[in-house]
Design a protein around this ligand. Structure first.
Ligand code: ZN
Length: 263
């Protein structure tokens, strides 16, 4: 997890670039790349990466491993690679040849701080803080708000939640589970519980995500779950503290994304 201080630095950097090159409407990574004379191409590459930035013979080039130039995923990958260019430490490493290239994956599971920074930069570039703060102003927090923002900025639900977490709009948590195992999770700095239950390394059965893996049960709407369903070390007085959980499912990947927040 990035420090609050680093999040603020990256968010301000991204906001500055967004307002410089795409002051209104949606932020288009291609406009920014062109302004900086960074060449780019979309294609189907055999290698396993979503995006890659290279520095060769005095110029930068970005590869995006997709033919779909305007999906939420490719926009994010493009913005992530721009992060490696705009974040001083990343660019200097590329210029000095300390890192030959960055094969990056757009699945938020990386523990590499360089990748985490580029991901955070990407969500902040596509959803500049001042713009989403306006969108959230006096809005009740629920899944519909997340959906509205993700549609407005053409960003994935995951990227949108991660950005919303950083503006402290509402305490929330996101959990990505695959094959009945928690792959990664993140909580906003102000989320009240830190420790997830991992019974035998599995997703807790009484959560919505757990119900999918154990009973193949899916919910269209958000459903209340008790603090004790998801978290360890819940003080007795908080046993009945309720949270909402909303799940997004992918049967083909045996995958569930849970978004958890308090009402
Ligand atoms: Zn990367």
């Amino acid at each position: 997890m990035l420090s609050k201080k680093r999040e603020i630095e990256l968010s301000e950097l991204a906001e500055f670039i967004a307002s410089e090159y795409c002051p209104v409407g949606m932020v288009e990574p291609s406009i920014i790349a062109e302004a900086k004379e960074i060449t780019y191409c979309f294609g189907q590459y055999e290698e396993s990466f979503d995006g890659l930035i290279e520095y060769e013979e005095g110029s930068f080039h970005i590869y995006i491993n997709s033919n779909n130039t305007n999906s939420a995923r490719t926009r994010f990958t493009f913005a992530h690679e721009l992060g490696h260019y705009f974040i001083d430490e990343h660019r200097n490493a590329l210029l000095n040849g300390r890192t030959p290239s960055h094969p990056s994956h757009t699945d938020f599971s990386s523990k590499n701080p360089v990748e985490i920074e580029a991901d955070f930069f990407a969500s902040s570039l596509l959803m500049p803080e001042s713009r989403i703060k306006q969108d959230c102003f006096r809005q009740k927090f629920n899944f519909e708000l997340i959906e509205r923002i993700s549609q407005k900025y053409n960003t994935s639900i995951t990227a949108t939640v991660l950005k919303l977490m950083s503006i402290d709009h509402h305490p929330m948590m996101i959990v990505c589970s695959i094959n009945n195992k928690i792959k990664w999770f993140k909580q906003s700095h102000d989320f009240p519980f830190k420790w997830l239950k991992f019974p035998k390394g599995k997703v807790p059965t009484s959560t919505l995500a757990g119900e999918y893996f154990h009973n193949n049960k899916k919910y269209k709407k958000s459903v209340p779950v008790a603090a004790d369903d998801w978290f360890e070390y819940v003080p007795e007085k908080n046993y009945d503290r309720y949270f909402y959980e909303k799940c997004i499912y992918s049967d083909s990947h045996n995958f569930v994304l849970s978004i958890v927040w308090e009402d």
